[in-house]
Design a protein around this ligand. Sequence first.
Ligand code: BDR
Ligand code: CA
Length: 302
Amino acid sequence: MPWVIDTDAGVDDAIGLMMALASTNFDLAAITTVNGNVPLERVNVNVGAVLDLVGAPIPIYAGCDRPMVQPVVRAEDFHGADGLGDAGLSRTTRTPHPQHAALAISALARQHAGNLGIIALGPLTNLALACNLDPDLPMRCSQVVVMGCAWQARGNQTPVAEFNVAADPESARVVFDRFERITVLPWETALDQMMPFEQLAQIASGSSPRAQFFAAMTRIVQVWRQRFHLPGVPLPDPLAVAVALDERVITESIHARVHIDTSQGIGRGLSAIDPRHPSPNARIVTRVDAERAWAMIASAWA
Ligand code: BDR
Ligand code: CA
């Protein structure tokens, strides 16, 4: 089955992209880019840098350079001003394909009618735009995996909202209102099951070009460690990719209706979870087989 990864790369996005690129039985048809952690032009370069590392001829389609309605929110303090940990890795000679990401997603879904998978690792702007351009899109996608939502309202961007939703709540609302079966990897799952620092160091200690890239890109993790006093490294996007690559990564999940709050108050960007709703639109992954996921990351970056 062909897949599209939509990303705002991002350190953890880059780690996840490599997992998909390294997997022998994963057919990655395209990477689409969206404004999020860093500006769109920077995301395009970062995706190119990861593709250069493996020489993969995957097309990049640039998408939306801003949220649908609200002003831009970024995460440069977290990912570095260049999005890849400010380690001089953010460079490429690749340029995106001239087609817009939302049109590319729609075209690929038509081409592979009913059999396209999408992994969304950034704000949902491209996917919402694609739904508005092509209302049948949800019927043409067989799997959609979204890294997003704070299902227990333990937000990382606001007290209640997770970054990918908070960065563009209107788009998240469109996506959760239109798609009927989204697999959601929420923020809390990554927060509750962090990669131990020793394991990160182990991957970074390799001598291959990939391991060296990993080591340079993840040096910024020491800043997170000091600033947030975390006992490990939350890796939300890699966990979302792991779930798409191998269902066995999911050990606990609940089916629920996810409703995105687009109000202007403190609840803006909240993903309200209703497990009693008669028409669930999401399977929320609440626990993962972390050892399996860490092994996938380690082998992708070896
Ligand atoms: C999400 O926000 C971004 O900063 C990460 O790349 C991830 O997609 C986590 O809330
Ligand atoms: Ca991301």
